[in-house]
Every structure is written in C-alpha cells, then in structure tokens.
Design a protein around this ligand. Structure first.
Ligand code: 0L1
Ligand code: MG
Length: 256
C-alpha cells in the first residue's frame, strides 16, 4: 500500500469504527518519516471533509503511558474541533471503537511559539492559561497493539478531549504536585500528578514547539495543546461515568 492508501484506511477505520491490523505488520518498510507523512495526509483528508484543526497534542510523555502501550518515546499529533467534548458532557460510544480516558494538562498560549531553540522560559513567557483537561484515546488498531510508527500514523490515537474552565496559571509554582484522581462509576481507578509528564508538562510544550519547527510550523496563539497523559489510560463502556478530579475542578462525562 502507498502512504495515501494507508491514510485513507486509517480514516475509514475512524468513520466505520472498525479496527485494523497495525500497519507495520503488513508493510515491509514503514519508517517514522513515512508515519509522519501518513499522519499529515490524514489531517489533509479530515480538512477536505470539512473538519477544522484546533490544536496539538503530545503523547507518551509519562512513564505510566509509555508502559501502558509499550512504546517508549514521546509522540505528537493534532486535535480537530470535532474532538471537543462539552463539559459535563456525553461521550458517544457509537463513533468510537474501544475508547480510553486519561487526565492531562492543557495549555493555551497568548503568542505563537516558533522553534528551533524554544526554551522553558520562552514557554512560561508565552502562557495564556493552563487548564485541567482529559483526553479520549481510541486506537484504530486491533486491541490497542501498535509500534511507534503505527501510532504516529494513527494521529497518536487522538479521538476526543475536554478542557476545564479554571485557569491554573496563578498556581504555576504548585502545578507539578497537584493531586489528580480518576474515578470510574465513583471508584478511584488512577491517581497522579502533572510532574509525571516529563517532570514538568511545560517541557512537553517546549518539545512540541521545537519538533514542529522541523516542519517549519509553530504553535499558534490560542490553540489547545494537550501535554500528555498523566496516568495510565482507563477504558470505559456504555453507561460508565468518568470523573477526573483536580483540587480546583472536576471534569466528567457519561459514555452513551
Ligand atoms: O498520551 C497519549 O495521548 C498517547 C496516545 C497513544 C497511545 C495510546 O493510544 O494510548
Ligand atoms: Mg494523551
């Protein structure tokens, strides 16, 4: 298969909620460069279908997430406007395959960040806000089994996200050690703190800005940046109620 066909196969898996075999099992040569090109082609297909780009995500930035899926390098993907879940919302199961949820830190910038050479100080100076968030991942591969190249081609399993209302910028100094709980049907299933994300989630933004610079892109002001799952992801099914509790805000949804 050529790269365009792989991008179309992945988009079809999203649209039909039908999982596929990981690309690297069928393709003799499928490099990380190929995978990035497939991801970009997938974005182009979505834009042509009327979708809108609204941000970026980093993935696999915590040890918990890396162990979760057995891939040990940070990765990046894009967010579409249609991924956004209204607060106190509903996550539709009939548009997904086998979704999981993870708590994240979301960042919004007040000015563009353009690499190379972006530093942590540059990120701090560009901050408009830091928000409690959650991400829904939904691998298009059977049983969530993939290699690095596969998951990059699959836009890092991105499927949904929710961003809170409370801006934590004034509490930046204590952000890393804020306690976060994930509850499923009232029972605590994961606990963590933002420091799990590369030691500081703002490093994830720095990494993203410098990595986008390799494609002559910047992080534009105003877009959402998800910095990566803080804990292992939690699977959920129809009827489940998920709550991600921060000291300042609870994000929640029901799977319907
Ligand atoms: O942290 C992430 O968003 C990584 C997504 C890719 C791995 C997964 O599907 O969980
Ligand atoms: Mg994530």
């Amino acid at each position: 298969m050529n790269k365009q066909e792989i991008a179309e196969m992945l988009r079809n898996a999203v649209l039909t909620q039908t999982p596929i075999t990981q690309v690297s099992r069928n393709e003799k040569v499928f490099s990380l460069t190929d995978a990035k090109e497939v991801q970009a082609m997938g974005l182009q297909l979505a834009l042509e279908a009327g979708e809108a780009l609204c941000g970026y995500k980093m993935g696999l930035t915590s040890k918990a997430k890396q162990k979760d899926v057995n891939v040990f390098e940070p990765i990046q993907g894009y967010l579409l406007r249609s991924f956004e879940i209204p607060k106190a919302g509903v996550v539709k199961m009939n548009t997904r395959i086998h979704p999981r949820v993870e708590p994240e830190v979301a960042v919004v910038l007040k000015k563009d960040l353009r690499g190379p050479g972006v530093t942590l100080r540059d990120v701090v100076n560009a901050l408009e806000g830091i928000y409690p968030a959650l991400e829904i991942v939904d691998s298009r591969y059977e049983n969530f089994i993939f290699k690095l190249e596969d998951v990059v081609a699959d836009n890092t399993s991105a499927s949904g996200f929710m961003v809170g209302r409370v801006n934590l910028l004034a509490e930046l100094n204590s952000l890393n050690l804020m306690g976060i709980l994930v509850r499923k049907n009232g029972r605590i299933v994961e606990t963590g703190a933002p420091a799990a994300v590369l030691g500081d989630p703002l490093l994830s933004v720095m990494y993203l800005a410098n990595s986008l610079a390799e494609e002559s892109k910047s992080i534009p002001a105003g877009v959402v940046v998800l910095t990566g799952g803080i804990t292992q992801s939690v699977s959920f099914e129809m009827g489940d109620r998920i709550e991600v509790e921060w000291p300042q805000e609870v994000l929640s949804f029901t799977a319907e």
